[in-house]
Design a protein around this ligand. Structure first.
Ligand SMILES: Cc1cc2nc3c(=O)[nH]c(=O)nc-3n(C[C@H](O)[C@H](O)[C@H](O)COP(=O)(O)O)c2cc1C
Length: 206
């Protein structure tokens, strides 16, 4: 029953943008920013949310959503508690994938690479830019622990307090793939692969 229900759900409905891979910039972060801005303008909710996939100690991947904090030639940045499961995965195996999907535009971006923690100063600046509630919750240090019925402890943080485990991470990409969906299934895939110097570009069968 659910099989037919799923099969009947539409994909790539509505007006979709075109994508001309011949006109792209030489750097993937520049194309990414233009796609991100297009997603914002198309009204995509949380367009800066991305699925972060890491490798667990048992070799099984784990994926969860995080918020993109910055992107530039150095890479894609997100922030997390270093003692969280994802932080421990990254300490053991500093590699990850980020997957963005902007449904209104039928666009996906996949980023793969090595992960480097930022300096303590950069991580501190990210922590201090968070809301008071987010800082207090991070400082409780209970993320991903079993939720019990103990009352939430009141925490009043000094405004300059920085949680030492809060970490800004940079995914330094080895490849970045842009995927544009098409109503008639003439999808377009373009992969940037790191070269020395710069980037190679290759179209792929969708
Ligand atoms: C829209 C959205 C944004 C999120 N942003 C973050 C984030 O920036 N950093 C973070 O650590 N967790 C974020 N989370 C929570 C994570 O998805 C995840 O539940 C949590 O970090 C625990 O992951 P872990 O147990 O694999 O370490 C976000 C969740 C959602 C749905």
């Amino acid at each position: 029953m659910i099989r037919e229900y799923l099969r009947a759900l539409p994909v790539f409905a509505g007006d979709l943008p075109t994508f001309a891979p011949a006109d792209v910039p030489g750097r993937p972060d520049e194309l990414f920013v233009s796609w991100l801005v297009a997603a914002v303008e198309a009204g995509v909710r949380e367009p800066h949310a991305t699925t972060l996939s890491t490798i667990g100690p048992d070799g099984v991947p784990s994926a969860r959503i995080v918020i993109l904090k910055n992107v530039d030639a150095a890479g894609w940045q997100f922030a997390a508690h270093a003692a969280s499961p994802k932080g421990r995965d990254l300490a053991r195996h500093p590699a990850a994938a980020l997957t963005f999907y902007w449904p209104a535009l039928a666009r996906q971006v996949r980023v793969r690479g090595t992960v480097r923690p930022a300096t303590a100063e950069e991580s501190a600046a990210d922590f201090l830019a968070r809301s008071a509630e987010s800082r207090a919750e991070a400082a409780r240090g209970r993320q991903s622990r079993p939720l019990d019925d103990r009352p939430t402890p009141e925490i009043s943080l000094d405004p300059g307090y920085v949680l030492p485990e809060w970490t800004l991470y940079t995914v330094e990409p080895c490849d970045v793939e842009f995927w544009q969906g098409d109503k008639h299934r003439q999808h377009t895939r373009l992969r940037y692969s790191r070269a020395t110097p710069g980037w190679d570009r290759q179209l792929l069968w969708p």
